[in-house]
Ligand binder design. Structure first.
Ligand code: ADP
Ligand code: ZN
Length: 435
């Protein structure tokens, strides 16, 4: 990185490993104390586990603390796990969960301020500058995406255009007329925008886009290549979840080699999802976060259900914040079909590598006595007319077997037939009956 490049909170972005750990320890002790003193659930749990907050002396001691799970938030509906009186809560968000009780998350003024800082850091780390024009096409509302990306861009000092999601034609008009340089949306929505651009006869040179801030759902490296190529931008991955403020937990630097976790707020561990055992660095497992300064809703050892490997080596960008090597999916997204364990993103990887196929696909699970999986995928417009569908179908089926040992029925569809998503894409349709 060039010396003198403006970075938002440069000191925090560039902290050494030693300084990070010293700060983490100080904040962690205070945070365990805060949770114990102010949240009855934590007091009860720590008491029954025989943990005295005063005895937390080193970072590894966090492993003694019991986990917090999503159900704990649901069990405390409506206001969630709360450590401050209601008059100090200044905002609520809720997760996009479609079934059951929504997961409500709450923020004090400090929490909102901290979240804006962390998001501004994400933009800055990804290469966005104060002079950029940021178009935010995430959904505004209870979903944390819209306001999270909005506050961060404002905090950075960029110009923000809050287009929100949808209305793709107007989205493109704004992008063109306002000379938008940074696009924020889900990766799947960016694919939709790309199609719409082609339909309007526009190419990247008609736009001023240079960076995309894409997150909220898993996406493969192959999809990244397509997006970067078709929009002529750097497509940066950003991770977060509503329980952990929202977007802004981790982001890619220009090296695109893992997402830096802002570890002065998020203390990360990796665990075996079945046994809860803490894994060594470099081992793949479920990532677990302890928030270090959250006031309204402290979370100790929160189980994300997301599976990844954490890399602690210093990155070539100079940052020492550990990196999440890209998220492949959630533990509960993993498909088990005919004894094969596979993530939708692995199937996506195979499909996106084939030039004959388009970017849109769906995975359908059905059962009679055995489970069956079918993969529906659009053929790319150039290949649809001339392609010999039988041969191509066989080719896709064989690639899935060769790379994933997955026996799937492949169905090729005409371009434009799968419904496009404006937010998080629904790639898996599970029609299996659960008893
Ligand atoms: P929910 O979808 O559970 O209602 P959120 O909208 O907060 O709640 O989504 C958080 C989840 O989205 C994460 O736990 C993770 O599974 C997924 N996610 C977010 N960002 C990314 C990303 N960059 N890559 C992969 N998955 C992501
Ligand atoms: Zn880096």
């Amino acid at each position: 990185m060039k010396e003198g490049t403006y970075l938002f909170q440069r000191d925090q972005q560039m902290m050494s490993r030693k300084d990070i750990e010293a700060l983490q320890l100080k904040l962690m002790k205070a945070q365990v104390r805060h949770a114990y003193d102010n949240v009855p659930m934590y007091r009860k749990r720590l008491d029954s586990a025989g943990i005295d907050p005063a005895k937390i002396k080193k970072l590894e001691d966090i492993a003694k603390v019991p986990f917090t799970k999503k159900d704990d938030l649901r069990d405390h509906y409506p206001y969630g796990i709360r450590a401050v009186p209601l008059d100090r809560i200044k905002r609520l968000h809720a997760s996009s969960g479609t079934t059951g009780i929504p997961t409500v998350v709450s923020y004090t003024s400090h929490d909102l301020d901290r979240w804006a800082d962390l998001m501004a850091r994400c933009y800055s780390c990804a290469g966005v500058e104060q002079t950029d024009i940021v178009q935010n096409a995430y959904g505004y509302g209870l979903f944390t995406g819209g306001l999270g990306f909005h506050m961060g861009a404002e905090r950075l000092g960029a110009l923000v255009i809050p287009t929100a999601t949808g209305n793709t034609k107007r989205q493109i008009k704004m992008m063109k007329d306002m000379r938008t340089s940074v696009l924020c949306c889900t990766p799947s929505y960016s694919l939709y925008i790309i199609e719409e651009l082609a339909e309007e006869g526009l190419s990247p040179s008609d736009l001023d886009l240079r960076i995309g801030m894409f997150g909220a759902e898993p996406w493969s490296d192959e999809t990244r290549k397509i997006i970067e190529d078709k929009l002529d931008i750097a497509a940066q991955d950003l991770y977060g979840m509503s329980e952990l403020y929202g977007p802004g937990v981790a982001v890619e630097c220009p090296e695109q080699n893992g997402l830096h976790i802002w570890s002065d707020e998020f203390l990360v561990e990796t665990i075996n999802p079945d046994t809860g055992e803490v894994l060594s660095p470099g081992e793949k497992g479920e990532i677990v976060f302890t928030m270090l300064t959250r006031e309204a809703m402290p979370l100790l050892r929160y189980r994300t259900r997301d599976l990844a490997v954490i890399e602690y080596e210093k990155c070539s960008c100079g940052r020492s914040h550990p990196r999440i090597m890209r998220i492949k999916g959630r533990s509960d997204d993993m498909l088990i079909v005919g004894g094969v364990n596979v993530f939708p993103s692995q199937i996506e990887d195979i499909l996106m590598r084939m030039d004959e196929l388009g970017e849109q696909y769906q995975i359908v699970l059905e059962t009679d006595r055995l489970d069956h999986i079918s993969v529906k995928v659009e053929v790319s417009p150039n290949h649809w007319v001339k392609a010999d569908m039988k041969e191509l179908t066989k080719k896709v089926e064989e690639s899935l077997i060769a790379s994933l040992t997955l026996r799937a029925k492949v169905e090729l569809l005409a371009p434009g037939t799968i419904p496009r998503s404006e937010g998080k894409a629904k790639r898996v349709i599970d029609l299996r009956k659960r008893i």
